[in-house]
Ligand binder design. Structure first.
Ligand code: GLU
Length: 291
């Protein structure tokens, strides 16, 4: 067996649709071709929107598609302690700060920023607060039980790591603008991104980066919609001393109208397709997988 390890990482917030099937088949087929390993990870940090029933349905759909994976399946909701521990370590180094602001206050900060910062992995890029909160105010807000998010301080990260634009990752597929090969991180597209959400104390970015390292993932294969998130993950790898996998972003499957599928398109769920009497082999063929 080669040392190639990849994964499919669904969030159980609904049933899988054709876009997920394409992603899962892309990763699985790559592992088969490389003689490597294929893992599934359940990304269920959003404890309100994720449901165990969806998790089971997703696994059933993937088995129906013809995929096989190693067990036990890793479930992120069982590892909050390790994500919170990483945030504590980043906080000890002054790399993250507590942000008590509401969504509206954040948008006001963005509007006040001298240069309009544009869109990053999580929407509008947050350039950071105009001034640092005083220790007294922070202590008072904490004592009052006000909720806060942990944000990465890009300034502190570059003070520790030097020029962040010198960080790169290998793109073995293509980004949305055809990006391929050695890709430099663009810190201006990251901003002070949320690393720990107000509700669950971690974020997609932190959990996915730590888990890819913990699970020994050598090739992250996922949709090009996550291309900009990869720069955030590369920065976290540098800060947390984690290995850097190769990235392979793939095109997104779209409907006849050219629009991406979402979990709201129930008619294109694998469940509806299965219920309509389709067989897995013809669906695989339709998506371009000839096995
Ligand atoms: N859980 C993410 C999603 O469902 C995928 C994460 C990844 O592949 O990195 O979109």
């Amino acid at each position: 067996m080669s040392d190639f390890v990849t994964r499919f990482a669904p969030s159980p917030t609904g049933r899988l649709h054709l876009g997920h099937a394409f992603s899962a088949l892309t990763a699985f087929t790559a592992a088969q071709k490389a003689g490597g390993r294929f893992l599934i990870r359940i990304e269920d940090i959003d404890t309100i929107r994720c449901k165990p029933a969806f998790e089971q349905a997703i696994l059933d759909d993937l088995a129906w598609l013809g995929l096989e994976w190693e067990t036990p399946v890793r479930r992120q909701s069982e590892h909050f302690g390790s994500y919170h521990g990483a945030i504590d370590r980043l906080a000890d180094r002054g790399l993250v700060y507590r942000c008590f602001k509401t969504r509206r206050e954040i948008l006001e900060d963005i509007a006040r920023a001298p240069h309009h910062s544009g869109e990053g992995a999580d929407g509008a890029i947050y350039p950071g607060p105009a001034s640092k909160m005083s220790e007294d105010e922070e202590a008072a807000r904490l004592a009052a039980g006000e909720p806060f998010a942990w944000r990465l301080s890009l300034a502190a990260a570059s003070a520790e790591l030097g020029d962040l634009a010198a960080l790169t990752f290998e793109e073995d597929g293509r980004g949305p603008m055809g990006e391929t090969g050695t890709i430099p991180v663009r810190p201006e597209l990251i901003g002070d991104v949320i690393i720990g959400r107000k509700d669950v104390g971690t974020s997609y970015h932190l959990a996915v980066t730590m888990d890819d390292a913990t699970q020994g993932i050598t090739h992250v294969i996922r949709g090009e919609d996550l291309f900009f998130a990869t720069a955030v993950h590369r920065l976290l790898q540098a800060l947390l001393g984690l290995p850097v996998p190769v990235y392979r972003h793939h095109r997104l499957v779209t409907g006849d109208d050219g629009k991406r599928f979402t979990k709201r398109d129930k008619s294109l769920s694998l469940q509806a397709i299965r219920d309509g009497g389709a067989n897995a082999k013809s669906l695989r063929l339709q998506l371009g997988f000839n096995w």
